[in-house]
Design a protein. Structure first.
Ligand code: GLP
Length: 244
C-alpha cells in the first residue's frame, strides 16, 4: 500500500494496532505485539501514545516482544533498543513492565543460547505474535536477519553486515563504536506472526523495496521471505515506492 506521506501511513498502521488491542480487550485476551526499532516506526508509536493520552487506549492487555538488540549492549545505553522503546512508547503508556520483552544485550555469552531458546518459548507460550511490525534494512534484513538467514531461523545471535553497521554509525558517532553482533528474532519467528506490516519510507529504501517485493525469494534478501506469508502488507510512502 502506497501513501502520499509517512505521516498518513503511520496513522493508518497505528489505528490498525489500536483496533487489535481493543478487540482483544473485549475478548479478555492479551494482545501480543512484535515491535521494531529504527526511525521507521517512530510515528506509529507517537500516534499510539496520542491515542492512549487523548482517547483512553489502554495497553494493560498488551504483551510485547521486540525484534532485536545489539550485542553486547547495556540497556541504559542511549543506543540500546531497550532505551529507544522506553523513550518512544513504553514510558508513555500503561503497559505492565512484566509484559515487555526485549532481547537482553548484557546476557553472558555462555547463557546466550539458552536465552534465545527461552525467548522463543515465551512467544509461543502466548500463542505466538498477533501482529509484527517491521522496518527494513538496506541489506534486506528484517529484525537483524542479515543476508544468509535461513527461512526457519529462530531467535539467535548474528553478525551484522558492514552496510548495517555503516548505516548505524551516525547514531554511535563512529563505525568503530557500532557493535558487531546482535540478538534477533529469526525469520521463522517473524513468519509465524498472524499479521505482518513492514514500513519503509524515503528514496534510500526504494531499491531494496523493489527487490523485496518483486525479486525472487532468496536468503540473500531475507525480506523476500515475506512474499510467502499470507497476511503481510508493505506500507510505503511515495518515495520508497518509486522503483516498483
Ligand atoms: C535496524 C533495525 C531494524 C530496522 C532497520 C531500519 O537495523 N534492527 O529492525 O528495520 O534498522 O532502520 P530505519 O527504520 O531507521 O531505516
Amino acid at each position: 500500500v502506497i501513501f502520499e506521506s509517512s505521516n498518513k501511513a503511520s496513522n493508518v498502521v497505528a489505528h490498525e494496532i489500536a483496533a487489535l488491542i481493543r478487540k482483544k480487550q473485549t475478548q479478555g485476551l492479551p494482545c501480543v505485539l512484535g515491535l521494531a526499532t529504527g526511525s521507521s516506526p517512530i510515528k506509529v508509536y507517537e500516534e499510539l501514545v496520542r491515542m492512549h493520552k487523548e482517547e483512553g487506549l489502554s495497553f494493560s492487555n498488551v504483551v510485547t516482544f521486540n525484534l532485536d538488540e545489539y550485542y553486547p549492549m547495556d540497556k541504559n545505553n542511549i543506543q540500546s533498543y531497550y532505551y529507544f522503546m522506553h523513550v518512544h512508547l513504553f514510558n508513555h503508556v500503561d503497559i505492565l513492565s512484566e509484559n515487555i520483552h526485549i532481547p537482553n544485550g548484557k546476557i553472558p555469552v555462555d547463557e546466550l543460547y539458552q536465552f534465545c531458546i527461552d525467548y522463543e518459548m515465551k512467544i509461543k507460550s502466548y500463542g505466538g505474535l498477533d501482529f509484527q511490525l517491521l522496518g527494513i534494512g538496506r541489506t534486506g534484513h528484517i529484525g537483524f536477519n542479515e543476508p544468509g538467514s535461513h527461512l526457519n531461523s529462530a531467535t539467535r545471535s548474528i553478525t551484522l553486515d558492514y552496510i548495517t553497521r555503516a548505516d548505524a554509525a551516525s547514531s554511535f558517532l563512529s563505525l568503530d563504536n557500532v557493535p558487531r553482533k546482535a540478538i534477533t528474532m529469526g525469520i521463522g519467528t517473524i513468519k509465524s506472526a498472524k499479521r505482518i506490516v513492514l514500513l519503509a519510507w524515503g528514496n534510500n529504501k526504494a531499491q531494496i523495496i523493489k527487490q523485496a517485493i518483486e525479486g525472487k525469494i532468496t536468503s540473500n534478501i531475507p525480506a523476500t521471505y515475506l512474499q510467502e506469508h499470507d497476511n503481510t502488507t508493505f506500507v510505503l510512502d511515495y518515495e520508497a515506492s518509486t522503483e516498483l
